[in-house]
Design a protein around this ligand. Structure first.
Ligand code: 1GP
Length: 242
């Protein structure tokens, strides 16, 4: 409960968090090394690790590299059951509550439960909500679910409330990796006002201005992946508006 307790405390105190998403397929040790240096410099709060699909088997290697160089917590953000790794610090145990695919709501979790129970990973149960972002994203396609329409904040609010009432410790609204449009600001504000658990926002955040706007609207944690792959200095820029 170490990660969660400190996140909860900081959320209540209004202290914003920044997570850098590492898609293992997109990084070599060289490119990761640059990102880790910048992450240490601006003291990001988390590394999230995962992707919709993994073509290469380098998750363990990347985790070992991050651990050797920094104590910034590593949280798995798994696209599927093959992305579990006991060397990370925690895992977002995602239930895709915006969709109606039973496998993503509970099926995969049943398969992973014995592994997770025996692991030392801190389990962070997360109500995961996909929000429509202007084009089909990898996660929408891979999960075989329909995202929440971008202008339907009321659906997002009710979904997040239900997730919290079901006991989920976090709500993560995601426009999807490389999203054309990030999660709309009015939707972030309305969801934030409706729940008490920390709110994570990601997908399409490629500038410090977009990050700042999402924080101001109510995001407790911002996740950025693609933008950092293209321009690692974005870590410093988002770190500065946190
Ligand atoms: C995707 O929320 C994350 O699941 C991050 O998205 O890669 O677009 O930053 P980006």
């Amino acid at each position: 409960m170490i990660l969660y307790q400190s996140l909860l405390k900081d959320t209540l105190a209004g202290k914003k968090k920044f997570a850098v998403l590492i898609d293992p397929d997109k990084y070599s040790l060289d490119s990761l090394s640059q990102v880790v240096k910048l992450a240490i410099q601006t003291r990001i709060d988390y590394f999230f690790l995962g992707g919709s699909i993994l073509l290469y088997d380098n998750l363990s290697l990347l985790i070992a590299f991050i651990k050797k160089n920094t104590d910034i917590p590593i949280v798995l953000f798994p696209g599927n059951n093959m992305q579990l790794n006991n060397e990370a610090d925690g895992i977002l145990l995602l239930s895709l509550i915006s969709g109606r695919n039973p496998d993503m709501l509970i099926g995969r979790h049943v398969i992973s439960a014995p592994y997770l129970k025996a692991s030392k990973l801190e389990i962070l149960s997360t109500g995961y909500m996909l929000v429509e972002s202007g084009s089909t994203t990898a996660v929408t396609y891979m999960s075989n679910t329909t995202p929440i329409p971008a202008h339907k904040s009321d659906i997002a609010v009710c979904t997040a409330m239900a997730g919290e009432m079901l006991g989920m410790k976090l709500i993560y609204m995601d426009a999807g990796s490389g999203a054309k449009n990030p999660v709309p600001l009015p939707m972030i504000s309305k969801v934030k006002r409706s729940i008490g658990v920390p709110l994570i926002i990601g997908g399409g955040i490629t500038t410090p201005e977009l990050a700042k706007a999402a924080y101001t609207a109510g995001a407790d944690v911002i996740v950025a992946g693609n933008g950092i792959e293209d321009n690692p200095d974005l870590i410093l820029a988002i770190g500065a508006v946190r």
